[in-house]
Design a protein around this ligand. Structure first.
Ligand code: NAD
Ligand code: UD1
Length: 338
């Protein structure tokens, strides 16, 4: 099969390229490199020994998307493209609504016009909001999001669901990711945040590397076993392999399906820090710090639907995530920049 990956040069997209190519599929990437580098795709080719067809362009631009679909025979698409920084989305919400929602609508319009009606969408566990209690199951109603980024995911889920109702030829798989971390085992591709990382694992890696002075662990008085927040961290290669299964599923089914991609296991901030120190034989400079606004005490998946529908479950451990994240950081202290 031949799949279009919008945002395919990004963190999750590049790892999904590897998983798809390793599974014998072909990939076509459309990315404007707003938050990524074409170097990631060269590394994908190095890892797999296979070719990535890449287009530089904006997914909000219908002419660009149509050109790709005119040139390439595409069986289905994964829509990774979007902005994802939660704090930034609070400061510049219009940019987030504009880019995330327009890119999704433009892509769907162009796909429809080309008769390509199978789509996998990168959603987030953030759509469960504050009302639901973990473990989250896909049949829970979406909750109120705490930031514009989360709302874009919730709104796009609704838009795609309505699209399938209007035209039953469409197949849409809404993948709700939990907390993707780690890197490909080779250390050639990984997460390359610009500026100061917001997320825990990249901050830990940069602290270990001496780029950041100290890790602040936000909040130690939550109603959790050790007082720090619990998350469902998932190795990005497990997540990538979940996309292979989701695309293969989308090729054989119709309708809308929501699927959690998590491990089903929650780890606290202290547990992640300890695992990182132990597996990598180092000690992090760290301190307890006040709670971060908007953080929920606990978030983890019920991962049984993915197992049932896709025959997929995560196989890599927290130790694997910590080892591979650090391996990537050591080999690429400046990310994809020389
Ligand atoms: P990323 O920023 O590394 O990748 C997104 C890619 O999309 C980048 O390469 C960027 O250049 C590209 N892009 C953005 N806008 C574009 C546009 N208009 N046209 C073309 N390309 C565009 O992010 P990621 O971590 O790989 O996340 C991929 C998707 O998964 C995003 O939609 C994100 O919101 C979602 N998601 C990520 C996480 C996470 O923790 N990383 C969690 C849940 C959901
Ligand atoms: C955050 C976003 C979420 C997004 C996800 C993946 C918020 C409120 N949520 O989730 O919408 O889908 O990233 O991109 O921003 N932590 C520290 N110190 C740090 C960084 C994080 O202690 O320097 C803690 C956080 O308080 C949290 C845990 O580590 O308890 C995980 O944080 P993070 O990696 O940012 O992910 P989420 O908050 O789960």
């Amino acid at each position: 099969m031949r799949f279009l990956l919008t945002g395919g040069a990004g963190f999750i997209g590049s790892h999904t390229c590897v998983a798809l190519l390793n599974a014998g599929h072909e990939v076509v990437v459309l990315d404007n490199y707003y938050n990524s580098s074409p170097e990631a795709l060269r590394r994908v080719e190095k890892i797999t020994g296979k070719k990535v067809t890449a287009y530089e362009g904006d997914c909000c631009d219908a002419d660009t998307v149509n050109r790709v679909l005119d040139n390439e025979k595409i069986d289905a698409a994964v829509h990774f493209a979007g902005y994802k920084a939660v704090g930034e989305s609070v400061r510049i919400p219009l940019n987030y609504y504009e880019n995330n929602i327009n890119s999704a609508i433009t892509l769907c319009r162009c796909m429809s016009a080309h008769g390509v009606k199978r789509l996998v969408f990168s959603s987030s566990a953030t759509v469960y909001g504050e009302q639901n209690q973990p473990p989250y199951t896909e049949d829970m109603p979406r909750g109120a999001c705490t930031n514009p980024y989360g709302w874009t995911k919730s709104m796009i889920e609704q838009i795609l669901t309505d699209l399938v109702v209007s035209d039953p030829q469409w197949t849409v798989v809404l993948l709700r990711y939990f907390n993707p971390v780690g890197a490909h085992e080779s250390g050639l591709i990984g997460e390359d945040p610009s500026g100061i990382p917001n997320n825990l694992m990249p901050f830990i890696c940069q602290t270990a590397a001496g780029v950041r002075e100290k890790l602040s662990m936000f909040g130690n008085d939550y109603p959790t076993p050790d007082g720090t927040c619990v998350r469902d961290y998932i190795h990005v290669m497990d997540l990538a392999e979940g996309h292979v299964k989701a695309l293969e599923y989308a090729m054989q089914h119709q309708g809308t399906e929501i699927i959690n991609l998590g491990t089903g296991e929650g780890y606290s901030v202290y547990q992640v820090v300890r695992a990182f120190e132990q597996v990598n034989h180092l000690t992090l400079r760290k301190q307890d710090a006040p709670r971060r606004a908007g953080d929920l005490p606990e978030s983890y998946a019920n991962a049984s639907k993915a197992e049932r529908l896709l025959g997929w479950h995560a196989t890599r451990s927290l130790e694997d995530m910590c080892r591979d994240a650090w391996h990537w950081q050591q080999l690429n202290p400046h990310g994809y920049r020389e």
